[in-house]
Design a protein around this ligand. Structure first.
Ligand SMILES: Nc1ncnc2c1ncn2[C@@H]1O[C@H](COP(=O)(O)OP(=O)(O)OP(=O)(O)O)[C@@H](O)[C@H]1O
Length: 243
């Protein structure tokens, strides 16, 4: 697996700044099989080997119960000697019930998934949960929250949940295209929308996200430094200037 020096540097700097990988950490990585978490699994594998600190990680996939075949992921992680497990759930069934109420199920799905990850982590002695969100996700989330939800919030690099688990996002300063390039370069087989429960149900896809993606694409065309500025802005909050 060839991870670009740039991507490793970005995660290294994020780790230095937010102390993501610490002595005796037991990190549970949420792995969808998509490019972001898959690349993150290999980045964690790299840092675990070179880190002067002693920590370990395990990747797990929450199986929604759609009948997805995970054999290639099991094979992939076996070949790379990465600890990996599938958590079987009936989430799809639960979501179908929810969809009957004509609700958009994406945020519900994310909540259910987080619940399964947290339960597994707490039951098996993990102290941290790692997710594959990147800077494009954080920026999208930020824009969606203030344009649709009336809140100024985004995806934090690191935070402690109420149950005591520490959530970390080691790719939060990486651009999606850097991760995509890395996946393409390594010819990684990645899952796409077909594994998304909403896709299987032909449930309403969130228009807010699609609109926000388009808005950001146009904004960045006019201002190529947009993401650099936003990255700084997320760490430069002037609370006293708000209402
Ligand atoms: N089925 C799953 N099981 C475990 N973790 C998951 C699962 N789906 C998503 N995650 C975790 O939540 C993160 C955000 O999920 P989201 O659906 O937004 O994925 P994404 O932005 O398409 O990223 P990816 O390329 O990793 O799928 C993922 O990067 C991954 O860490």
């Amino acid at each position: 697996m060839q991870i670009s020096k740039k991507l490793l540097r970005i995660v290294g700097q994020t780790n230095a700044k937010y102390e993501m990988f610490e002595e005796n950490d037991k990190i549970l990585l949420g792995l969808s099989g998509g490019k972001d978490s898959l690349i993150l699994s290999h980045i964690l594998n790299h840092f675990q080997k070179v880190s002067p600190k002693n920590w370990k990680f395990k990747a797990v996939t929450v199986d929604y119960g759609i009948g997805q075949d995970f054999s290639y992921l099991i094979e992939h992680f076996k070949n790379h000697c990465i600890d990996y497990e599938i958590i079987k759930t009936n989430s799809f069934e639960v979501m179908q019930e929810k969809a009957k109420q004509n609700a958009t199920i994406c945020s519900f799905c994310a909540r259910l998934r987080r619940g399964h990850l947290y339960t597994y982590a707490l039951k098996n002695g993990f102290n941290k949960v790692a997710l594959g969100h990147h800077l494009d996700d954080a920026v999208e989330s930020f824009f969606m929250n203030f344009t649709y939800n009336g809140a100024l919030r985004t995806l934090a690099p690191k935070y402690t949940a109420k149950n005591g688990l520490v959530l970390i996002r080691p790719l939060i300063f990486a651009r999606e295209r850097q991760i995509r390039d890395c996946a393409i370069k390594n010819e990684l087989k990645v899952v796409g929308d077909e594994c998304c429960p909403a896709y299987s149900m032909e449930n309403k896809m969130p228009h807010a996200r699609a609109n926000t993606k388009e808005l950001l694409l146009n904004l960045e065309k006019n201002n190529p430094k947009l993401f650099i500025s936003l990255k700084s802005a997320f760490e430069n909050i002037h609370k006293d200037t708000f209402f």
